[in-house]
Design a binder for this molecule. Sequence first.
Ligand code: F3S
Length: 81
Amino acid sequence: SKYTIVDKETCIACGACGACAPQIFTYDDEGLSYVSIDENAGISVIPDKLVDDLLDAYEGCPTNSIKISEMAFNGDPLKFG
Ligand code: F3S
C-alpha cells in the first residue's frame, strides 16, 4: 500500500502534480498542493489504479515536496525523513 502527503513548506505551487494526478492532488487558494483524498493527512491508502499517476507526480515535482511511504504519515510530511 502507498500513502502520500505534500510538504507545503517546500511546495512552490508549480502545478505539475495536479496535472499528473488530478484525482490525488489539488490546490489551496495560494496554489499550494495538498492530497485531496485525506486533506493532506497522509493516512489514506492510494487506490492501486492511481499509483502510476502518483509516481509520475512524485518524479515530476521540482522541489521533492511529494512524499510517498508504505506507512501512514499521520499528518507529518517529514515523518520518514
Ligand atoms: Fe508543489 Fe511539487 Fe506539486 S512544487 S504544486 S507539490 S509538483
